[in-house]
Design a binder for this molecule. Structure first.
Ligand SMILES: Nc1ncnc2c1ncn2[C@@H]1O[C@H](COP(=O)(O)OP(=O)(O)OP(=O)(O)O)[C@@H](O)[C@H]1O
Ligand SMILES: [Mg+2]
Length: 288
């Protein structure tokens, strides 16, 4: 090994300086990310007109002064199936909760048919046709399937029978096993109960948070088929999914959320084939 005189090293401000080179790379990556986000914002501005539901530049979080969402945009047009993917902790659940009034929106707006519904209570949103199936604890385990469905129709009990028949048409198991306690059902069946319960209010838009999580591959497939089926009955669906590849196969459009902001958006097929999305998000997510 030869001794390097200090004078042999490149000067501090030389592009050959390794530190500077690293800093340049970093700035380059930052600028690219900024440019990509600006593109997403631009797409949102130009394409979201007339959307059934939209979130414009949301800043939201769990504690005052700490935002988890940092300017997130999203829209879904009537009848669309829209997916949100992204790494753990990106803010996907927070985004759905912010739309559903469960996390305080500090800046930005949520609109439903151009009506400002930002920070309305969940029951007010249900009345307006927004349904939400949370990621965890989404059934009442000690209640039967039928009682869970009654909870879903609590704002309109007279419509119970008619609506339950409809939901049982989509999920026959729920009708056949109506007297069984939800806690004794399999994970997949429980997801059907959770989705069925949200459908009891005949929502025009349904927010689903990771409906396939924790299920076997065969049951995951069934959930995706069911979600597509719900969407085909005319319900607009926004679905958050950890099974990113499968999600992108069924959605009309998707968003990749990273650090509380949308990093990419496009049709399901275009995102699934985007080399950067594959490299940055689908590789690890696919293995997860
Ligand atoms: N109830 C809460 N109180 C405080 N912080 C929270 C709460 N829920 C989530 N967070 C924080 O908000 C950030 C985003 O969490 P979020 O649950 O939205 O991520 P996610 O994208 O849904 O992740 P995952 O894929 O693991 O479900 C995380 O840093 C998390 O710790
Ligand atoms: Mg989540």
């Amino acid at each position: 090994m030869t001794f390097t005189e200090p004078s042999d090293l490149p000067p501090e401000n030389s592009p050959d300086n390794p530190n500077e080179f690293a800093a340049e790379l970093f700035i380059d990556a930052e600028q690219k990310t900024t440019a990509e986000r600006a593109t997403v914002e631009q797409i949102h501005k130009s394409e979201s007109m007339g959307a059934l539901v939209r979130a414009d530049g949301l800043f939201a979080g769990y504690f005052p002064g700490v935002n988890i969402l940092n300017g997130s945009d999203l829209y879904a047009k009537e009848g669309e199936l829209v997916g949100i993917i992204g790494p753990n902790g990106a803010g996907k659940s927070t985004l759905l909760k912010a739309i559903f009034g469960l996390v305080h929106v500090n800046e930005g707006a949520v609109l439903l048919r151009d009506e400002d519904i930002t920070n309305l209570r969940a029951d007010q949103l249900v009345r307006r046709g927004v349904g939400f199936v949370p990621q965890n604890n989404n059934v009442f385990p000690s209640l039967t399937i039928e009682e869970n469905m009654q909870m879903g129709a609590f704002q309109d009990p007279k419509k119970f029978t008619e609506r339950f028949d409809k939901v049982a048409g989509l999920f026959p198991t729920l009708g056949e096993r109506r007297k069984q306690r939800a806690g004794s059902l399999s994970g997949g069946e429980r997801q059907m109960v959770a989705m069925g319960r949200a459908l009891m209010m005949e929502p025009s838009v349904l927010l689903l948070d990771e409906p396939s999580a924790g299920l076997s591959p065969a049951l995951q497939d069934e959930v995706f088929v069911r979600v597509k089926g719900i969407n085909e009955t005319g319900v607009t669906v926004i679905i958050v999914e950890q099974n990113a590849r499968r999600c992108l196969q069924i959605v009309d459009r998707g968003y990749v959320l990273d650090q509380g902001r949308n990093a990419y958006t496009g049709t399901g097929a275009s995102l699934a084939n985007d080399s950067k999305v594959i490299e940055l998000y689908l590789g690890t997510l696919a293995r997860a």
